[in-house]
Design a protein around this ligand. Structure first.
Ligand code: NAD
Ligand code: DAU
Length: 369
């Protein structure tokens, strides 16, 4: 039994983790703490709202004293920390929020855990601070470089990656200096249901359905290692259950794809679905497939992201060999499930794409010259 505090549980990965955790039938309470920024959606938690183990607190991790009182009052023994500003492009146009939430917010949580768990000893039994981080802290790889492993030196290149690196260091320091029982996972790119449609894969799906351009940065040959989001949730579960305190585990799919190849694959899958189902073609009447054209015709090369990392790849040997974690979903099945989820959940993605998000898109995509 564990009493969890899940920060950022209304975001993409957090919501998938919460659903996964509660479906497993674990005893104990699960509290989500989320500020509901543009990327946080309470609707992503609709399927667990009536679960008696679940509760939601609308709040900011940066608020002094908030996490501390939640830990104390709810007897929380496990923090799973997802809350973050997570979009690299936004960190380029406005880095401040990244430093605030990712660095200062993480530090507020660490201070709260130290106070309540270590100094007051207000919670009985084992406790754990699990920090959810990213492969981007390791920087970029050349095509033939070996994949990132846990001892790869940090070399973050974007303000987002730098803020996550800073948070990783604080988590490590609270373990080393104060003895806070921590674990950290550094994961590769996730994809799947509830993915906010400003990230590559969901953006491509919804833009095809609306007949809008598919923006490919630079030459489109940048490489990412994609993992189905539920496998990330499983990896965190495995680390909570069997991971060694103080350790870092890299998590990835051994599934490297160039962006342009992903975009073309998603185009082919959406075309296939709409060709096979006349009602879908009628519902998404702006999509190329509904008039017999190919979605690939929407591909538009745009100005590259500043400081764009060329390649990420994860060496997942440690979590595989030490904890026996292997992803369950293949990319072939996972990407089909993802396309189908977006086809079936139009109301969700229309609702999250509000006015402020659309204005941000308009000001951030310029055609390449
Ligand atoms: P997301 O942007 O979809 O969700 C972030 C959530 O955090 C949102 O619900 C938002 O409302 C909440 N939040 C933001 N600022 C907050 C604050 N100050 N206080 C409380 N809540 C706040 O992000 P995601 O893609 O689900 O990523 C979750 C975590 O996983 C992040 O820490 C990210 O760095 C990490 N990660 C993401 C990926 C990926 O591919 N998306 C891969 C590896 C690691
Ligand atoms: O690697 C893990 C990281 O993956 C996480 O830490 C981040 O939180 C998460 O957002 C993701 O970062 P990326 O920058 O890799 O994801 P994004 O979906 O923004 O972009 C994926 C690739 O696609 C990247 O090379 C940029 C490119 N891209 C992205 C968008 C949004 C495009 O070519 N066109 C686009 O419109």
């Amino acid at each position: 039994m564990r009493n969890l505090l899940v920060t950022g549980g209304a975001g993409f990965i957090g919501a998938n983790f919460v659903q996964y955790w509660l479906q497993r039938g674990v005893e104990g309470q699960l509290t989500v703490l989320d500020a509901l920024t543009y990327a946080g959606n309470r609707s992503s938690l609709a399927s667990v709202e009536s679960d008696s183990r679940f509760s939601f607190v609308h709040g900011d991790i940066c608020t002094p004293g908030l996490a501390e009182s939640l830990l104390r009052e709810r007897r929380i023994d496990t923090i799973v920390h997802f809350a973050a500003e997570s979009h690299v492009d936004r960190s380029i146009s406005g880095p401040d929020a990244f430093v605030t939430t990712n660095v200062i917010g993480t530090h507020e949580l660490l201070k709260a855990a130290r106070t309540v768990w270590l100094q007051e000893q207000a919670v009985e039994g084992p406790v754990r601070f699990h920090h959810v981080s990213t492969d981007e802290v390791y920087g970029t790889l050349a095509p033939d470089d070996p994949a990132f492993h846990e001892a790869t030196p940090y070399a973050p290149n974007s303000p987002y990656a730098a803020s996550k690196a800073a948070s990783d260091h604080l988590v490590r320091a609270y373990h080393h200096t104060f003895g806070l029982p921590i674990t950290t996972t550094n994961c590769s790119n996730n994809y799947g249901p509830f993915h906010f449609p400003e990230k590559l894969i969901p953006l491509v799906i919804v833009n095809i359905l609306d007949g809008k351009p598919l923006p490919v940065y630079g030459d489109g040959r940048q490489v990412r290692d994609w993992l189905f989001v539920r496998d990330h949730a499983r990896a965190i579960e495995v680390v909570l259950e069997r991971g060694r305190v103080g350790e870092v585990y890299n998590v990835g799919g051994r599934n490297e794809w160039a962006n342009i190849d992903i975009v073309k694959l998603v185009c082919a899958l959406v075309d296939e679905r709409l060709a096979a189902d006349a009602s879908l073609a009628a519902r998404f009447s702006a999509s190329p497939a509904s008039r017999g054209a190919a979605a690939e015709s929407l591909i538009t090369y745009v100005t590259d992201r500043k400081g764009h990392d060329r390649r990420y790849a994860i060496d997942a040997t440690k979590i595989e060999s030490e904890l026996g974690f292997i992803p369950e979903e293949t990319f072939e099945t996972g990407i089909r499930k993802t396309v189908d989820w977006f086809l079936s959940n139009e109301a969700w993605w229309r609702a999250v794409m509000d006015g402020s998000y659309l204005r941000w898109l308009e000001t951030n995509y310029a055609p390449s010259v």
